[in-house]
Design a protein around this ligand. Structure first.
Ligand SMILES: NC(=O)c1ccc[n+]([C@@H]2O[C@H](COP(=O)([O-])OP(=O)(O)OC[C@H]3O[C@@H](n4cnc5c(N)ncnc54)[C@H](O)[C@@H]3O)[C@@H](O)[C@H]2O)c1
Length: 192
């Protein structure tokens, strides 16, 4: 079976990580990246060995793009989702769906009408620490949780020009994720 050609739209904090992961993942290949910041699109494409686009419509005309990963800021999901839906190509959309119920319903409608395949990125469900916490809740190990406090420390790479605060780490450092379910539970798992 041929690898599926995937493109990433939005190369900020998380889009870059998705692009890196797609580059490494079997059964898919990163064929294009798209960001309205042309320097970012060009430099990421050069680094990861794929095509660069600044406009999602032109990117969708590219036959090597068979599926799309939308990682634009939450308040700007509806437009790219609508354009992808129009193209009929399968979509992975970062969570949360939108920044309001009204926009979430519009996105739901667009997906239903177009009948494209769409997965919303609840990747934390596959995070070992979260899975362990869920298992402990299911098994009754900690009783009924009354309050959940979760935070994570993720070694995102420092990209110039992006406004979200990041820690600078080297590529070999561990990614540590901690969930505390108060009042009686705390769990930490090393991810790498
Ligand atoms: N699942 C998780 O754990 C997790 C973690 C972080 C972020 N997120 C989600 O990922 C999404 C992206 O967040 P982020 O922090 O990476 O954003 P960011 O602000 O760091 O980057 C967004 C990028 O999208 C680009 N962009 C915006 N509109 C565009 C368009 N129409 N076409 C092309 N490029 C466009 C911007 O230029 C920017 O480079 C959000 O929905 C956020 O909630 C999820």
């Amino acid at each position: 079976m041929e690898d599926i050609g995937v493109a990433v739209v939005g190369l900020g904090r998380l889009g870059y990580v998705h692009a890196l992961n797609l580059k490494k993942t079997q059964a898919s290949k990163l064929t294009a990246v798209c960001d309205m910041d042309s320097d970012l699109a060009e430099s990421t494409a050069a680094e990861l060995g794929c095509k660069a686009y600044t406009d999602i419509r032109s990117m969708l005309d590219d036959k090597s793009v068979e599926a799309v990963c939308v990682v634009t800021p939450t308040a700007y999901h509806l437009d790219p989702v609508s354009v992808v839906a129009e193209s009929g190509k399968p979509l992975f959309l970062e969570k949360p769906l939108a920044s309001s119920m009204d926009e979430s319903r519009k996105i739901e409608e667009v997906i239903r009408t177009s009948r494209i395949k769409c997965q919303v990125g609840f990747q934390r469900r596959f995070d070992p620490a979260f899975a362990e916490a869920q298992q402990m809740i299911r098994e009754g190990t900690i009783g009924k949780p009354v309050y959940i406090n979760a935070y994570s420390e993720i070694p995102f790479l420092l990209l110039p020009g992006l406004w979200i605060r990041r820690r600078v780490v080297d590529s070999t450092s561990t990614c540590s994720c901690t969930i505390s379910i108060l009042p009686v539970f705390s769990c930490e798992t090393k991810l790498h």
